[in-house]
Structures are given as structure tokens and as C-alpha cells.
Write a protein that binds this ligand. Sequence first.
Ligand SMILES: Nc1ncnc2c1ncn2[C@@H]1O[C@H](COP(=O)(O)OP(=O)(O)OP(=O)(O)O)[C@@H](O)[C@H]1O
Ligand SMILES: [Mg+2]
Length: 430
Amino acid sequence: MIKHASQIALADDSSPLAAADVIPADDEHIAPAPRISVQAFCETVETAAAVQAASEDRRLYKTHVKIQMGGLATAIEAYRSSPTPNVIVIESDNRGEEVLAGLDQLAEVCDAGTRVVVIGRINDVTLYRELTKRGVSEYLIAPVNTLDVVRAVCGLFVAPDAKPVGRILAVVGAKGGVGASTVAHNVAFAIARDLALDAVVTDLDLAFGTAGLDYNQDPPQGIADAVFSPDRIDTAFVDRLLSKCTDNLSLLAAPATLDRVYDFGADAFDAILDSLRNSIPCVVLDLPHQWSGWTKRLMTSADDILVVASPDLANLRNAKNLVDLLRTARPNDRPPYYCLNQVGIPKRPEISPADFAKALEDPPLAVIPFEPQMFGTAANNGQMIAEVSAGHKTAEMFLQLAQVLTGRAEAKRPRAGMLSPLLSKLMRRS
Ligand SMILES: Nc1ncnc2c1ncn2[C@@H]1O[C@H](COP(=O)(O)OP(=O)(O)OP(=O)(O)O)[C@@H](O)[C@H]1O
Ligand SMILES: [Mg+2]
């Protein structure tokens, strides 16, 4: 399937183009676009609809997108008297020469620094070369889907030699105390140790967070220093606030003190996450069980979400509400994952994983048993399950979760190879 200009040279003109949206592959990562302005000039309602849907995608949350009908001619007219935005998207149904002539006229009224994305119907290498010569940043072949537009706009702001940016995984409990933080910390530990990916756990339960205790750390600084000094945030500043837990794992700790209250605006953590995303391959957000502007935003803007639920009715209802809301808010993403935890408490009537699967239209990613002795020992010693019970099947579960959530099938350590048949099954479900 041909979507990008860079692929045109290999194009087979008869390739069918899927108009339907596609969820990005596990290994595709589209970094969010910065706070820029985009103006689109569309000739067809289909393209206008794709750009409109793209403007609502989480990766363009910060971007201002304006859409109007009318292609090149309308754009040229519009910019005669007004300044150009950061990005202009132009749809043109015209033949090659007409597109090029129109772009030459547009160039005369275009401010330097404005990038131009063209959506056209002609799949031709010569045209592509001419467009490149004129400084067109991207050429998409219509029909385009939502993600084509998201990918093109976001791609303009990634340096060509930039290493893959960080993925953000948000972990949240369907109810308080279900073990969301425990799961987040153990999964992050496996990501760092077994998959050898640099990871940062961000403890967003500022008043009561336990990441410091769980990793046996008592850092003097952490997330509060960043969120209360928004003007100072850059990679170097955030780096200094991290405390190192293991070779590949760092912690942005919660103060866990009550000397102030922690009420934040919806975008309070945006700058911190942008900064982490630029330098850390995997950021695990340990979210408190709470529904507010900023927790909602962190969930909707994460790359992946893991809802942790224990098997009772309130958890089932809340998990379903969360998953439903997030599915709707993130139509171009994989649905949120969920896992069950603290399963099998003696004498407790429980709702089965099959019933969860039915209600949530998806099987749980893991069913973690209730093991008070092992989890209690780990919590009291400031250790992870893999440290107190290496090789235990629950430790293996955290590793499997880590693998699925990072989209990595192979682990650094040979024993993980044994998990791969199961893993590929798990991954196929997405
Ligand atoms: N599978 C398990 N078996 C036994 N105990 C568990 C299990 N998972 C977590 N726990 C214990 O449950 C308690 C609550 O865990 P945790 O703090 O991770 O929950 P949480 O959902 O993050 O809670 P909060 O709502 O306070 O953020 C901890 O004492 C933890 O050790
Ligand atoms: Mg917690």
C-alpha cells in the first residue's frame, strides 16, 4: 500500500489504497506534534473529513488546525493578505503541471519556514521529484485516512536522524487499592531489566505515591519540583530530578507529603512528559485512581493504557466505563489494555475473567493471582516480585506484560524465549 511520497518510486499504480483508518503497527510510533498551526485547503469532503478527524487525534492535541474547502487557488488567495501558518495542507485534484504551477504561485505568498504538505491523486515519480525541488515536505496520495494525515503532520517535526522517541504507558486502577501501582512498578522493572530498555516510572500520586517505597528510594527531588516550576522544564532539568533505581530504570518520585494540596490544570504535566518522551524510550505513568482533567488527559494522550482491575462488580463497571470512554476518545489507537489483579482471594466470590472479557469485549492481558505473602514481602522490603521470587510465574507474568506493552517479543534473557509462542498469540489479539 502506497501512502508516502518516499515510497512512490516503488509504486505499482494499481495498488488499492485503503480509505478506512488503520491502527498503527506495534512497532510504529508517531510522536505528537508540537504547538503549531495547520491550515488545510481541501477539494473533497473525504479529505476534509480525514483532516478533521486527524485534528481530533491525541497526537495533534496541541496543534491548531483550520480546515477550509477549495484547493490551491483558495490558498493562494488567502495568503495574499494574511501570514502563513506553520503547515499548509493542500489537496489538489489537478494534473501534475497545474499542481506545480499553483505551488509556484503559492511560494510567492508563503512565509519562509512554512511547510507544505500536498495531497494529490497522481502517483508519479517525476511529479514527486518536482514537488521535492519546490520544497514540498510531504506528498500523500488520496484517498488519505486519518492516520496518514496525523503521520504526515507529526513527521514534519521529527528530525530525520532522531532516534525513536519514548512511548508513554499509563497504568491506572479501576478502583483504589487494586494494585495498579504494584503492577506499574513491576512491569517497569521488567522493561528495564529484562528488555534492557531505559524506563522512567513517574509517580503521579503526589500525596500518597508508593514508587519510592517500592523501589527503596528516598530521593530529595521528584515530580513536584517539575510540576511546580513549569518555566524551568527542559530535558536537563527533568534529568536532574530522576533518581536511579537500577541500570536502566529511573524514578520521578512523588513527594508523598501533605504540606500542600495537588490540584492541577488539565495540561499541567504536558511539558514534563514532552521532555521525558524526548530522551527516555519508555515512560510508565503510575496514575492515582482519580478522574480529573489532568488524569483524563494523561490517559487519553498516552501511547498505551493498562487498566488494572480486581474481580468484583465495581471494578467491572469502572473498567468498562474507562475502556469505553478511552476507545471513543482514541479512535485511531489500539483499545486500552486491562489486566485482572488480586484474583483468587479465598472465600471471596469473584467475577470471572470470561465475564470481564464479555463486558469489555476483550480478554484481559493477564490474570494475576492474589499472593499476599509474596506481594507483602516485596512491598515491605522495597523490592520487586522478580527480586523476592525470581522465576516465579507471577514474575514471568510481569515480563510478559512488559513485552506486550512495549511491542517487543524478544527479551534480553534467554528464558524469555520460551514465552514467545504465547506472546505472539497475545500480540495478535491487538
Ligand atoms: N496480586 C497481589 N496479591 C496480593 N497483594 C497484592 C497484589 N497486588 C497488589 N497487592 C498489594 O495491594 C496493595 C495495594 O497495591 P497498590 O498500592 O499497588 O494499589 P493501587 O491500585 O496503586 O492503590 P491506590 O489506589 O492507593 O493507588 C499493596 O499492599 C500491594 O502490595
Ligand atoms: Mg497507586
